[in-house]
Write a protein that binds this ligand. Structure first.
Ligand code: FRU
Length: 511
């Protein structure tokens, strides 16, 4: 019954998306004239991936092969709103500079190409190998636009992801009783020598296994009575995850829409065990990968050369993704992050950190200061460029509350941490573009300070996005922001006149 209801909600969502007004002018009239004139030029991020033109949502098929990080993505090449889904494609060798490639997968008789994953089939278990390269095999959802039926299919590439052939016996996996059956993420399970698929099914995750990527056997369903169920579950990911001592657990990421921690789309996770067939957890609370509103459908790279859980998400939210005031293109990806686990306050959590490749984006140091009772930068050109990397460590031993305000005379973004309530608030309600319908736009993130009473905040800002990391990724908030005019001012202040800023450093971001 419940699944049926969720399915109906999703079908309605898809139909709404399909028939939503594709007229750019009307969408932009939602915002102010001023915003439109700032438009694409200033809002397009520099070192986050964006498609040259038109619509993008989920990252798909992220795989590393032969020196290249591949990023495929949900793409509508004909409009800057959602529509018939293709797989767009981009390649990077450093995770900062991306080269857009021709479209990899087009819709066909079986339907549109929804989200999925890619594996390197080094042992040629699929038999798709033709030359000297290992075949890259894509496992994706075919969505029939006539009835929203969702089945799983394969495509392969024997030339390092440049050209793709769909498998002649598609689909390889159907499930006639569940409408929302999509977004397969496949990985190799060394211990059982099998491929494992996790796939979203209504508001649960199903586990399948296969020797060859073509024949799949159902193993188990996970999700009843655990985690958040305020919406449909989408885009799962399953991987081993370590703490700093190399202690291993399994992580299951599950995106949920709606029902995120601050409204709309969000990504929850479970830490537990996996024996090759069944995932179990003793976790009782719902844990969120990101408390911002703009990190959805993220998964990790397959075949990552340094054995990192390297993650990237879609930097938007289904609540307003189709209306944001960019011109000619819509949506960016988050900056990649590495995921590990850690025990804090008796709870096992995932920590997300910026990868070492950040060095390719970070440029000249603008300012560095230690031990200050406040900090102000006015009319600063680096800030005004809308891209910078800020790191600050605040000491809450003698204060309860501190805030960082980044803006101009008439509008700003305010980040406020209160030690007593144990909550960080990110207020973008007066930051320019109005993010309709999301909790009054004050994003809340619960966070209790460690015994040191110190809060390190790292903030990566790229034109229309901010990614905020608390104490090396114990919490993350990713949020879009569209200022009306450049934000050239920054102020860090506290409830008391006292030296509470241990350190503040700002670097330019190049490109
Ligand atoms: C998540 C999602 C997926 C689906 C794709 C369609 O954002 O709804 O579940 O495969 O987008 O574009």
């Amino acid at each position: 019954m419940k699944l049926l209801k969720v399915s109906r909600i999703l079908l309605f969502t898809f139909l709404t998306l399909l028939f939503s007004n594709c007229n750019e002018d009307e969408i932009l009239s939602n915002s102010t004239a001023e915003l439109v004139t700032i438009g694409d030029k200033d809002y397009r991020p520099d070192f986050h991936f964006t498609p040259q033109s038109n619509w993008m949502n989920d990252p798909n098929g992220m795989v590393y092969y032969a020196g290249e990080y591949h990023l495929f993505y949900q793409h509508n090449p004909d409009a800057s709103v959602w529509g018939p889904m293709h797989w767009g494609h981009a390649i990077s060798t450093d995770l900062v500079n991306w080269q857009e490639m021709p479209i990899a997968l087009y819709p066909d008789d079986l339907g549109n190409i929804f989200s999925g994953s890619i594996v390197v089939d080094s042992n040629n278990t699929s038999g798709f190998k033709t030359g000297s390269e290992s075949p890259l095999v894509a496992i994706f959802t075919h969505q029939n636009p006539a009835n929203n039926n969702q089945t799983q299919s394969l495509a392969f590439s024997n030339d390092k992801g440049r050209s793709w052939t769909k498998y002649e016996n598609n689909p390889v996996l159907v499930n006639n009783s569940i409408v929302d059956f999509r977004d397969p993420k496949v990985s190799w399970h060394e211990e059982t020598q099998k491929w494992i698929m996790v796939i979203a099914a209504g508001d649960e995750i199903m586990f399948y296994s296969s020797p060859n990527l073509k024949n799949w056997e159902y193993k188990h369903s996970f999700g009843k009575n655990v985690g958040a169920h305020g919406g449909v579950w989408e885009c799962p990911d399953l991987f081993k995850i370590q703490d700093e001592n190399g202690q291993e657990k399994w992580a299951l990421l599950v995106s949920i829409n709606p029902g995120g921690p601050n409204g709309g789309s969000g990504t929850q996770y479970f830490l537990g065990d996996f024996d090759g067939e069944i995932f179990t957890t003793t976790q009782e609370s719902t844990l969120w990968l990101d408390y911002g509103t703009d990190n959805y459908a993220g998964v990790t790279w397959s075949n990552e050369p340094n054995n990192r859980n390297l993650f990237l998400g879609w930097m938007s939210n289904w609540v307003y993704a189709q209306n944001v005031p960019t011109k000619g293109y819509r949506s960016a990806m988050t900056f990649p992050r590495t995921l590990n686990w850690k025990n804090i306050n008796d709870e096992n959590i995932i920590v997300s950190e910026l990868p070492t490749e950040l060095v390719y984006a970070v440029g000249r140091k603008v300012i560095e200061k230690t031990d200050a009772s406040g900090f102000t930068l006015i009319d600063d050109e680096t800030l005004g460029e809308g891209k910078f990397y800020l790191e600050t460590t605040l000491d809450f031993s003698a204060i309860n509350e501190a805030k960082i305000e980044w803006g101009n005379k008439s509008s700003s973004v305010v980040i406020n941490y209160n030690k007593v309530t144990g909550e960080l608030l990110l207020d973008r309600s007066e930051s320019g573009y109005k993010f309709n319908n999301l909790n009054g736009n004050i994003l809340k993130c619960p966070y209790v300070l460690p015994d040191s009473n110190q809060l390190k905040i790292s903030m990566l800002v790229d034109k229309s996005s901010m990614e905020i990391f608390l104490n090396d990724g114990e919490r993350v908030l990713t949020a879009l922001v569209f200022p009306l005019a450049p934000f050239k001012n920054l102020e860090i202040s506290a409830s008391k006149e006292i030296q509470f800023i241990k350190k503040i450093k700002i670097n330019q971001l190049k490109k």
